[in-house]
Design a binder for this molecule. Sequence first.
Ligand code: ZN
Length: 281
Amino acid sequence: MNIGDFRLEIISDTEIRLDGGAMFGVVPRVMWEKVCPPDSLNRVPLAAHCLYVEAGGEKILFETGTGEKLSEKLLQIYGMKREKSFAESLYETTGVSADEISIVVNTHLHFDHCGGNTKFNAAGDIIPAFPNARYFIPENELKHAENPTDRDRATYNKDNWEILRETGQMETKPPIYEVVKGITMTEMRGHNAAMQTVRIESGGEILYSFSDLIPMTAHLPLPWIMSYDLYPLETLANKKKLLPLAVQEKWLCWFYHDVEMPLCRLTEVDGKLKAIKYVQN
Ligand SMILES: [Zn+2]
């Protein structure tokens, strides 16, 4: 598909299951189970829809999925069954190989967004999964990831980024920056302190990712906020600021974790936001 001059494709990595209670915070299960039915272990399915963009002469990958380095124990906890490697999914959808990716962008460093930055080689050493890419990582997020709190330590694993320093591929980025002309990353507090959102604009069209500020369309109602968030009241304030703009400016919204609707537009019906699935042409 295209947005103005840019080619875009969704690359869906392996699904992950997370505790439904943690996903919906203060919302009672009797409400969220109707929208996201849990499995017998109270887990709800989340997608990991990465985004491939050709823009400004670059082949850019936003987010890299959960990666292929997780232990058997973690795969069980998260109910994950990998059917194909991320590189295979990337090639099948885009015709582009991992070697051809020139820029990788992480919105933040939680493992389900940057786990695929690196992989094991045949000898079991960790190597970059995209050997010819520059990796753009928010500097403030990196500082936090390398000195996390006891509450979010489990989601940060330096195996997902440390080698990139040694290979010279890591480029740390300020709170607001342009990936290429027309693609802007902006720090947005709430989910954590330094996660960044993605705004892609070309030919009068706008694609926007709230990243984990609004992980799925189920989180559109204002109080539906994950209990993983470090600053839930700031998530709320940012939702109040951004969602009306998404409706007014007809943003094509990219929901990384939404199983059914990686891309949709939002409309207001009887005072409630409704997501309308965008079907790729
Ligand atoms: Zn996430």
